[in-house]
Design a protein around this ligand. Structure first.
Ligand code: GLC
Length: 479
């Protein structure tokens, strides 16, 4: 009997000891942690009832309150963050001391997502998250250093006002078909009266996505086909004649924008071609009015990374300035061109005729519903009714950019936002109206995506606007 008691006691104490260490270990992650993601503050809190929250100041798409499951018996420590949507972040944690930890994981549906084995401090996948977290709140309290802008910094704000309200003229010159993208209809000419209708509706400008790479030679000096230049010219001229300012961009550019490689050019030659294309475009339009703007690259990808992107922009700006000293240039944010990475944008300090552009499509599953290329085919039917939480998310994301704009004395253009037409028309209009209103409150110019294709706001067959969307963009009482 004694022996049995002894064994029982020993077992109990082992179990208890196990309990203590387990709870000691897990209590070491409890409480608040602070870090920076893409240069903006993030607060993570783990509670002892297995709930947690992540709050990213610049990025509502990453903020959530959910649950977590932790396994301390494996090396590295495994943790699942479980989002209210059912999505999971399968992550690992590595701690150094009690003050610091690194969290690295992948988002996805349970069962379909593999936990990483090692921490990657510089992930290149959009579904990955890396956070270096600290107990000390000071890491997020440091105020970014503001700049004292020279007098000429005002000019870009004026030019941004000139852009005002605008439309993306997609599907004309961006070759958004075939191998490049999943939209089945190749570029089509536009009826000139539609350009007039854009101006008459009250829009001030258009953004013209152009895929220059497929209309240029694949060997140095990568000459742009003269017939293609004429095509672009005719649209640009038509817009200018109708009083619309025009942004010409570089869309669907291999390796560094979308994720495809060029079939013929290496990465390095592709970059050489990039500079050459901008030299040619700049030379070609150097005598055009200043109502023509250039946007250097649409949505840089994550493989390029922020540092190389900032360098690419700086060098391109220098090249363009040789022939276009006074033209306003537009530069997107690193790592996907969306709003939340604006903290990583590093514009040349000696050039003030620049506008920063952000794209905004949050919540992604709502705006891209029904679209397989965006991983959102199953979110069809998702609503956006304008609850205070839904509005708060947009408000705070754009407020973050407005704060950046103030600190850095650079104007902001919201170069793309919109909703796929698989969404209910009323929710679509409500969302678009709210984003537009919030952007304008902060003095951003905007371009809705887009005139054509699955985000379209115009019905070309009927020759008519989608009225409720036009109202959301240009409220009737203001026309
Ligand atoms: C980006 C892409 C474009 C896509 C749009 C909405 O501009 O370049 O192809 O249609 O975002 O997803």
């Amino acid at each position: 009997m004694k022996k049995v008691r002894f064994i029982l006691l020993t077992l109990l104490s082992i179990l208890c000891f196990g309990c203590v260490t387990q709870s000691d270990k897990s209590s070491s992650i409890l409480g608040e942690w602070y870090g920076l993601k893409d240069g903006s503050p993030v607060t993570v809190e783990f509670k002892d009832d297995q709930t947690m929250s992540l709050d990213a100041e610049a990025f509502s798409g990453l903020s959530f309150t959910g649950r977590y499951k932790i396994n301390l018996d494996v090396e590295p420590i495994a943790i699942d963050l479980i989002l209210p949507s059912g999505m999971v972040c399968a992550a690992i944690i590595s701690t150094s001391g009690v003050e610091e930890m690194e969290l690295y994981g992948f988002f996805g549906m349970p069962g379909q997502i593999q936990r990483p084995e090692d921490v990657d401090k510089n992930p290149k996948r959009p579904d990955a998250i890396y956070l270096k977290l600290n107990r000390d709140k000071k890491v997020i309290e440091q105020k970014p250093k503001g700049v004292t802008p020279p007098k000429e910094a005002k000019l870009a704000f004026e030019r941004n006002k000139r852009l005002g309200r605008g439309v993306n003229l997609n599907g004309l010159l961006d070759n958004n078909s075939g191998d490049l993208h999943l939209y089945p209809i190749p570029d089509q000419p536009i009826k000139p009266e539609y350009i007039k209708m854009i101006a008459e509706a009250g829009f001030n400008s258009v953004r013209l996505p152009v895929t220059w790479s497929v209309h240029s030679a694949s060997t140095s000096p990568y000459t742009i086909e003269p017939t293609f230049f004429s095509k672009v010219d005719s649209i640009v001229n038509l817009c200018l004649q109708n009083g619309l300012a025009v942004i010409v961009d570089m869309h669907y550019y291999p390796y560094i924008n979308m994720h495809y490689a060029d079939p013929v050019l290496s990465f390095d030659d592709n970059i050489k071609r990039f500079y050459s294309l901008w030299e040619q475009i700049a030379e070609h339009y150097k005598d055009y009015p200043l109502e023509l703007y250039f946007e250097i690259l649409n949505e840089p990808n994550m493989e390029l990374g922020a540092q190389r992107y900032n360098e690419l922009m700086a060098k391109s700006i220098q090249l363009i300035r040789k022939t276009n000293p006074d033209r306003t240039l537009i530069v997107g944010t690193p790592n996907l061109g969306q709003s939340w990475t604006i903290g990583l944008l590093d514009l040349p300090k000696d050039d003030w005729n620049l506008i920063a552009t952000i794209h905004y499509y949050l919540p992604h599953l709502f705006t891209h519903q029904g679209l397989a290329y965006a991983g959102a085919e199953s979110s069809r039917g998702m609503q956006w009714t304008g609850t205070s939480d839904e509005k708060k998310a947009i408000e705070s994301d754009l407020a973050y950019c407005a704060k950046w704009s103030k600190i850095h004395s650079r104007p902001i253009n919201l170069g793309e936002f919109g909703v796929s037409e698989y969404a209910d028309a009323a929710y679509r209009a409500r969302y678009i109206g709210f984003v537009r209103k919030t952007a304008e409150k902060y003095g951003f110019s905007f371009h809705i995506w887009g005139f054509r294709e699955v985000f379209r706001i115009f019905d070309e067959e009927a020759g008519k606007w989608k009225e409720n969307i036009l109202d959301a963009l240009i409220p009737n009482d203001e026309q």
